[in-house]
Design a protein around this ligand. Sequence first.
Ligand code: IPE
Ligand code: IPE
Ligand code: MG
Length: 233
Amino acid sequence: MSEEEKRIPRHIAIIMDGNGRWAQSRGLTRIEGHKAGTENLRQIIRASVDFNVKYLTIYAFSTENWGRPKDEVKGLMTILESVIDRELNELNAEGVRICHLGRLESMPVKTSRKIEHAVEVTRHNDRLILNIAWNYGGRDEIVHAIQQIIKAGIPAEKITEELVSCYMFTCDSPDPDLIIRTSGEMRLSNFLIWQSAYSEWYATPTLWPDFNKQEYQKAIDAYGQRKRRFGKI
Ligand code: IPE
Ligand code: IPE
Ligand code: MG
């Protein structure tokens, strides 16, 4: 890999936060904030292709987000369903492969069917891998991995870091090089706990619906300046 290529994160993961505050500051409903956030995602997906990012992971609905008011949860599920209906053909034509991180069960059947369909339709694409973390929690993912490992009857001495990584929902993706969180919060909120061991962090006060291509470029430039040591000198 050339020095130039090393400056571009191969895998970027984004905690898309701040839709609610964006809406509130405009006297809009939280759902309108989520719609604006979803609109914004379109340009960030396209920008990822332009910037030569290979893997984009977006945190869109956490296992803890079920604790929000019923109407908001329902609204979020409906937004995801309509986004899939509206965008799938175009994303597919652009070579985007959609993967899902999280549990399909315990979601409304209509939502999980649409996700499964999007994953199936785009499975041969490889221009950009778009991991959608929906009904995702890092701790839940680890619990799920342990359950699967035990069910597969794998003996203790065969358990390695590589094997555990393979039992994560992210099995097909390398660990994220860069994690971006919008809206100024400085926490992981149960996102990719296993995979983020050596990820670089970038936080910006910009709220997600306002995080545009220029802001995205700034995050990538900041990454390009980092010295990653992985514990070495
Ligand atoms: C992020 O925006 C989207 C989801 C968590 C679904 P928020 O809804 O968390 O927005 P704030 O943090 O309340 O502003
Ligand atoms: C993290 O945002 C989850 C997503 C962006 C989907 P939250 O808004 O749910 O996180 P907390 O509650 O501020 O930690
Ligand atoms: Mg939030």
